[in-house]
Write a protein that binds this ligand. Structure first.
Ligand code: ATP
Ligand code: MG
Length: 357
């Protein structure tokens, strides 16, 4: 019995529906591989506002601090849209990431043959796509100071500052190289070093880190070119390493190349093993409570949780293999099923969870 503590935060909208399927799969892995997962539920987002009056209650924060890993559904919805910004459900997520010092956002993007229809790219370009974006989450343009709106001599101007320290770049680069070790052993570091000083430092530091990983190939790519290469030849990539703003943009671009938003998992990691895992989609209020949401992004997030926070690689692979098989067998939720010639059976959220189990 390994006794891992896992905090589960279902949240709002379809969050609870998809998280329920993730928990089913987690419990199954616990039984099959004899791990004593201690699963504890916490309130977050709108659900927490309704019951406790705050988006991130103290109990939830304490639960997350004690946990080895956190599984999250989604937060937010029209019911809480008019609240002031410090009270909004989304604030809970930002606080959690900041409080737990999670600086690396990881988004794997993988092509499933039966889902080619849902991609804007042609199938021949998608074959072999299996990449992961490593995005720096706490620095760069979004947080650098000075920042704000100013007035001088009657003119109004606004400032954002791109700011990175050596250490911030070094720690995110390490995450990328460690990931590449267990993959195709290639890191593409994305910057704009022809224009930006932060990018020139980025290149230097990444190069230094790379010298400690002689088994891994490093290439540098400008962000504008990378945006183009992602749609022109996405199969060339293994690990894409980039800063906050570029990563924000590229990870959404990469997410659409292989299909439904309901399929994609993510991890946010820090210095230690603890991480926060969630599907990349939002709370989807338009389909909440209908038992039609795709739970595979959440189930694949459970696989990432096992791999990165608990170091249970076999168990993570078991989940990913099961998801692959379910898709290959043509079982699909509505988002994947419609207009898909490879679809064989339309299944609900609950049924999808059961089939993966
Ligand atoms: P957020 O701002 O919280 O990221 P969003 O506005 O980006 O939210 P989502 O909640 O991700 O939007 O929903 C976008 C669209 O995708 C909606 O039409 C929603 O129904 C659909 N969608 C999102 N997640 C799923 C899912 N798991 N299964 C099926 N459809 C989904
Ligand atoms: Mg969104």
């Amino acid at each position: 019995m390994s006794g891992f503590k896992i905090a589960v935060l279902p949240g709002d909208g379809i969050g609870p529906e998809v998280v329920k399927q993730g928990v089913k799969v987690l419990e199954t892995i616990g039984k099959l591989f004899h791990h004593g997962f201690e699963i504890q539920f916490g309130l977050i987002g709108g659900a927490a506002l309704d019951e406790k009056g705050v988006p991130l209650p103290d109990e939830t924060w304490e639960l997350c601090q004690k946990a080895d890993a956190i599984l999250l559904g989604a937060v937010g919805g029209p019911k809480w849209d008019d609240l002031p910004s410090h009270m909004r459900p989304e604030k809970a997520l930002l606080k959690l990431r900041e409080g737990l010092k999670l600086f690396a956002n990881i988004r794997p993007v993988k092509f499933y043959p039966n889902l080619a229809f849902s991609s804007p790219l042609k199938e021949n370009l998608l074959k072999g796509v299996d990449l992961v974006i490593v995005r720096e989450l706490t620095g760069g343009l979004y947080f650098g100071k000075p920042k704000g709106r100013f007035e001088e001599n009657g003119k109004v101007y606004a400032v954002d500052t791109m700011y990175y320290t050596y250490e911030e770049i070094e720690r995110i680069a390490k995450v990328a190289f460690e990931l590449a070790r267990n993959r195709k052993k290639k890191v593409t570091s994305v910057d704009k070093a022809n224009v930006l000083e932060t990018s020139r430092l980025w290149r230097e530091v990444v190069q230094k880190v790379a010298s400690r990983y002689p088994d891994i190939t490093l290439e540098h790519m400008y962000v504008d070119n990378c945006a183009m290469q992602l749609v022109k030849n996405p199969a060339q990539f293994d690990v894409i390493l980039t800063e906050n703003t570029f990563g924000d943009i590229l990870s959404d671009e990469a997410a659409v190349i292989t299909g439904s938003i309901g399929m994609l998992p993510s991890a946010s990691l820090g210095e230690g093993l603890k991480g926060l895992y969630e599907p990349i989609h939002g709370s989807a209020p338009d389909i909440a409570g209908m038992n039609i949401a795709n739970p595979l992004g959440t189930i694949l997030s459970v696989a990432l949780l096992l791999r990165y926070s608990l170091r249970l690689e076999k168990e993570a692979n078991a989940i990913e293999d099961a998801v692959e098989k379910v898709i290959a067998d043509g079982f699909m939720t509505k988002d994947l099923y419609l207009n898909n010639p490879s679809a064989k059976k339309l299944v609900s959220t609950e049924e999808m969870g059961d089939i993966v189990v």
